[in-house]
Design a protein around this ligand. Sequence first.
Ligand code: PRP
Ligand code: URA
Length: 206
Amino acid sequence: MLKVLKHPLITHKLTQMRKKDTNTKDFRQNLDEIGGLMAYEITRDLPVHKVTIETPVATCETEEVKDDIVLVPILRAGLGMVNGICQLIPTVKIAHVGLYRDEETLQPHTYFEKYPADMENAVVMVVDPMLATGGSAIAALDMVKKQGAKNIRLVCLVGAPEGVKAVEEAHPDVDIYLASLDEKLNEKGYIVPGLGDAGDRIFGTK
Ligand code: PRP
Ligand code: URA
């Protein structure tokens, strides 16, 4: 399932990020804020279980979130989404998957991975601002599945139709969340209109 999260605040903040003159500080801040807004939507169907608690006034039958939530940022750019999501879900555990896309072949290369215990029973959220060819997301999803993850969502900011199709074919069980489905990829594998190189814009590199 693909879900594009339409909300005026998300669109407004993404517009600021897309502008070529937006500086590193504002780019990061808007990404942070969008991460928080997206977190609200992507957790809407989290499994809950019944609990009985004592309020100062009475006994109360209510619910709590049942499973651990593991965020899996794809390094580097995925790190830019962690803070905003953590503000809303401070108990998340954070795995790391290091991948970079070869600029010539566009193929993903793995350079790091680290996970918490018990990925099998967690709700796993793989996060990366950009879903272009889908190669990096597919590789990250392969990696978390090797760790036993079963309940997985992919959360990106901007996606290209080519990347969405590739992920849907490789991982039909994974729900994909985007803030925007853009037009296409260009000949260099960049999303059009996109926002440029997310990692470089977050970290001020070139
Ligand atoms: C970017 C982006 C994704 C990937 C998307 O990372 O953050 O991980 O490209 O492209 P794909 O869908 O075609 O695989 P990049 O490889 O530039 O690394 P970085 O985050 O370290 O800048
Ligand atoms: N990675 C990025 O950072 N931007 C794109 O447009 C495509 C891949």
